[in-house]
Design a protein. Sequence first.
Length: 252
Amino acid sequence: MIHNSVLFTVMAMSAALAVAADTPAPKKVVKAATLCATQDSKACQDAATPKLILESLKSGNANFVNGKSTPRNYIQQVKATAAGQYPLASVVSCIDSRAPAEIVFDRGIGDIFNARVAGNIVNEDILGSLEFASKVMGAKLIVVLGHTSCGAIKGACDDAKLGNLTQLVAKIKPAVAAVPNDGKDRSSKNYAFVDLVAERNVHMTVQMIRDKSPILKEMEQKGEIMIVGAMYDLKTGKVSWYDPPPAAARKG
Ligand SMILES: [Zn+2]
């Protein structure tokens, strides 16, 4: 009898193992309107809303400014996200070495897409990247992040010409022209003017995303994504936000 009982146990264990091998891992359940510490599943992405993601970037920047950034085990996050990515947001920011989006928003591996280009402008390649990020990969927020004392903005103010940079700077010049002339210096020597142009450039870039990407415009109108502008202060580490349009703010 003992023999039979051992045999039965072994058979039962084998059956259980076979079932375990055939049964997919249970789907991760994440409570709605919450954020995961690591974006390691679609459930994490689905649970987040554009508004919640925006709030998390705001509080992340507050952590950064206060020297209380979240301690992260990056290599653990590498392993947790190796099988797939489920980022929450895209950030279009400048290449400036002092404005790294993940750090200033206190985010880790797999949290955000980051398109960096001098002067945080968009062209069709970056628009394509943003469409990929939101329409294909499910990111729900787009942030255009300018920064103070931006070299590319200064170049546009001074009408700088240098190799391929000339074409890039030309994309910022409409922002220079859009700042009203108050009779003061309009060169890079006028820091206040440079920062006004940087702000105007953020607003125009946000508008350009809507104008040049019907895909993203439609997603924004449906409340599936939000598109917002912001400004990073190189002296304080603080990000100031420009209000999103009321229609987008009302959703999610
Ligand atoms: Zn810059």
